[in-house]
Design a protein around this ligand. Structure first.
Ligand code: THU
Length: 131
């Protein structure tokens, strides 16, 4: 799947975001080795701390559907659903990605104009791993 298409899926996923507190909506589209795409969006909570990020939602959905090997993820986000800046994954999401993905896993970000591509190694060097 082309990165442009995966970004398009992330834009679609963002529409389902539940973000009544921050109003910052995030969408993620995770491409599995099977070719299937798993959608994720942020799901906020009144306790704030129980909020789940879009990337983690996508990984949990994929694992729940039996997929554990992944090629790439596209992430978009912005205040009020406006995608004007890149929305890089937070630290916790980077750690979640590293649980399942190798160093060359691709992370696509979009600012409404251009797509930026990173590898997991670039966004989380020297990551903690028990294996
Ligand atoms: N958020 C994500 O969904 N992914 C990230 O990597 C960073 C932050 C969400 C959580 C919260 O609902 C909103 O963005 C503002 O922090």
């Amino acid at each position: 799947m082309r990165k442009e298409e995966l970004i398009g899926n992330a834009m679609t996923a963002m529409k389902n975001a539940y973000a009544p507190y921050s109003k910052f909506t995030v969408g993620a589209a995770l491409l599995g080795a099977s070719g299937k795409v798993y959608f994720g969006c942020n799901v906020e909570n009144a306790s704030y701390g129980a909020t789940t990020c879009a990337e983690r939602t996508a990984f949990c959905s994929a694992v729940a559907h039996g997929e554990k090997d992944f090629c790439s993820i596209a992430i978009v986000g912005g205040k009020g659903g406006r995608v004007e800046k890149y929305c890089p994954p937070c630290g916790i999401c980077r750690q979640i990605i590293s649980e399942f993905c190798k160093k060359d896993f691709k992370i696509y970000l979009y600012n409404g104009v251009e797509i930026k591509t990173y590898t997991l190694e670039e966004l989380l060097p020297e990551s903690f791993d028990l294996r």
